[in-house]
Ligand binder design. Structure first.
Ligand code: NAD
Length: 261
């Protein structure tokens, strides 16, 4: 009988994760490694990537990559393939959030978010998918946000950048499906990481996010809690696994139902 890990199909496959040293990225790295993948952490800080790889252990590797530097992307992807072998899975996790009312969002904040959340995800996906194409096999998952589908105060540019990332990923899924490459999106809601706590002014904010508030006109999170990075990683792993062999261009919300209300 085959084990669940064997059924998932990660054994020895090479997976790369951008934004790997952040809250969600770390959970994705560890889960892929636990499932048997050879994992590469890509993030701005090369030393932090190397430290994460050491923490995870054999089969984990670190590479510095600032996604704003478009010319650096291809060489890093090349290096990963030379060091580790053909990339089978890509997870776009890197993201930037600069929260501000729409009328107070300047061009620099807009660019900061679009350069990483939309253009960065596109350029890495393109670099990896070009290499996957002749092999007729591969999985790409982009971690976007439930903000891509629901207007929220202070999130106009962030939400727009995430909506772009969703559409880029689904469009790649359309064009690459006949080449055996599946492209899906995970759309987290509020998830317990540094990015979320940076938004909160005081501890009562968590209760307000769960219960909803007049300011956001939202009834909150139906499942009654903030998400954990592992909740997001679990969905990413499913979408990359062989058990999702007939799933592409999907958007899986991992937000306790928040965007449905
Ligand atoms: P985080 O701030 O802990 O992690 C973000 C990571 O992206 C960091 O490691 C950062 O170094 C990396 N990054 C940023 N700019 C980069 C660049 N130019 N080049 C390379 N890497 C870069 O936040 P997180 O909560 O773990 O976020 C992960 C993803 O999940 C993001 O795309 C975020 O938008 C999305 N998300 C988070 C939440 C939440 O509530 N935490 C909700 C919805 C979506």
């Amino acid at each position: 009988m085959r084990t669940a890990m064997e059924l998932a199909g990660f054994d020895e496959r090479v997976a790369i994760v951008t934004g790997a040293t952040g809250g969600i990225g770390r959970a994705v790295m560890k889960s892929l490694h636990d499932a048997g993948a050879v994992v590469a952490a890509l993030d701005r800080d090369a030393a932090a990537c190397a430290a994460l790889a050491r923490e995870i252990g054999a089969g984990a590797h670190g590479y510095g990559l600032d996604l704003r530097r478009a010319d650096d992307i291809d060489p890093v992807v090349d290096r990963v393939e030379r060091d580790l072998g053909p990339i089978a899975c890509l997870v776009n996790v890197a993201g930037v959030l600069v929260a501000a009312p729409a009328l107070e969002t300047d061009a620099a904040a807009w660019d900061a978010m679009f350069d990483v959340n939309a253009r960065g995800a596109f350029l890495v996906s393109r670099a990896v998918a070009r290499r996957m194409l002749p092999r007729r096999q591969g999985g790409i998952v982009t971690v976007a946000s439930n903000a891509a589908g629901v207007p929220r105060h202070g999130m106009a540019a962030y939400a727009a950048s995430k909506a772009a990332a969703v559409m880029i990923t689904r469009s790649l899924g359309l064009e690459l499906g006949r080449h055996g490459i599946r492209c899906n999106v995970v759309a987290p809601g509020s998830t317990r990481t540094a990015m979320l706590s940076a938004l909160w002014r005081d501890p009562s904010d968590e209760a307000q996010v769960i219960a909803g508030s007049l300011e956001t006109f939202k009834p909150g999170i139906p499942l009654g809690r903030i998400g954990e990075p592992q909740d997001v990683a679990n969905a990413v792993l499913f979408l990359l696994s062989d058990q999702a062999a007939h799933v592409t261009m999907a958007v899986v919300a991992v937000d306790g139902g928040a965007a449905q209300t």
